[in-house]
Design a protein around this ligand. Sequence first.
Ligand SMILES: Nc1ncnc2c1ncn2[C@@H]1O[C@H](COP(=O)(O)OP(=O)(O)O)[C@@H](O)[C@H]1O
Ligand SMILES: [Mg+2]
Length: 288
Amino acid sequence: MTHIGMVYSRGRVEEKMLQEAAQRQGVQFTAVQDDTLILDLDPGALPFDAVLERSVSTTRGLYVLKFCGAHGIPAINRHAVAAACADKTETSLKLRRAGVPTPRTKVAFEQESALAALDQLGYPAVIKPTTGSWARMVARVDSRREAEQILEHRSELPNPVQQVYYLQEYVNKLGAAGEPTLHRDLRAFVVGDETIAAIWRNSPHWITNTARGGKASVCPVTPELHDLCQRAAAAVGGGVLALDLMETSAGLVCHEINHTMEFRNSVAPTGVDIPGKIIEYCVRQAKA
Ligand SMILES: Nc1ncnc2c1ncn2[C@@H]1O[C@H](COP(=O)(O)OP(=O)(O)O)[C@@H](O)[C@H]1O
Ligand SMILES: [Mg+2]
């Protein structure tokens, strides 16, 4: 029988849903807390046919996936895929290279060069950390003066990666018809070669993350959306991925790909068994 190991940090709602899905499917499933994990140069610490990586810490997750790769254990997702998603700069480079529409983006390392890059992009613009999630430290700047303040603050942060200034044009997201005051973007769930579900995230704030109060509603997976999602997922190497997209007057653009996504708020509106689909995929990837 296939044995799936899930490496996790905290038993969030998602991890419980995954465990229940495995039980429903009769799949042997062991949850390993990353606090307790001792990895070794020789295989043995992860005695599974496949590993589902669900660490809250991106750094821990990437190390676990390194060991899976070295020991020939199928991992969801592969280390290279997770590494490409963990860093917005790398994601953007891969999307651009694959010809997937993505917002105009520049990277600079100093306050002066970042301000010059923002002048080129024009205002409003968005300053993001190149790593991170839940919209932490994602800032919209409407003027050079605001940008100076944000950059000044970031320049004092101790982690040098915070001085990798990821600068992006502000995309005017098209809202739902009849709801001109709401911002919305789109989150699509890709599992292998399927686009299993998509939601719109509606919010009075331009930041629409459901972890920040964005409300999910079902978005139909049209052939066009599926095609774009497959191309975007393939650009980072494919797997179990959540794609963040924005609707513009020129069509959809993909601005982020998440490799250990939350999905608790997306199951009810879409009616799709997202954890079940993930477990099925893990079983398909498992060592024969
Ligand atoms: N260039 C942009 N223009 C307008 N809104 C954006 C832009 N980039 C991100 N957002 C919004 O900000 C939020 C967080 O951005 P995202 O890049 O997905 O970072 P995170 O990793 O923190 O989720 C999303 O709700 C998205 O709609
Ligand atoms: Mg996001």
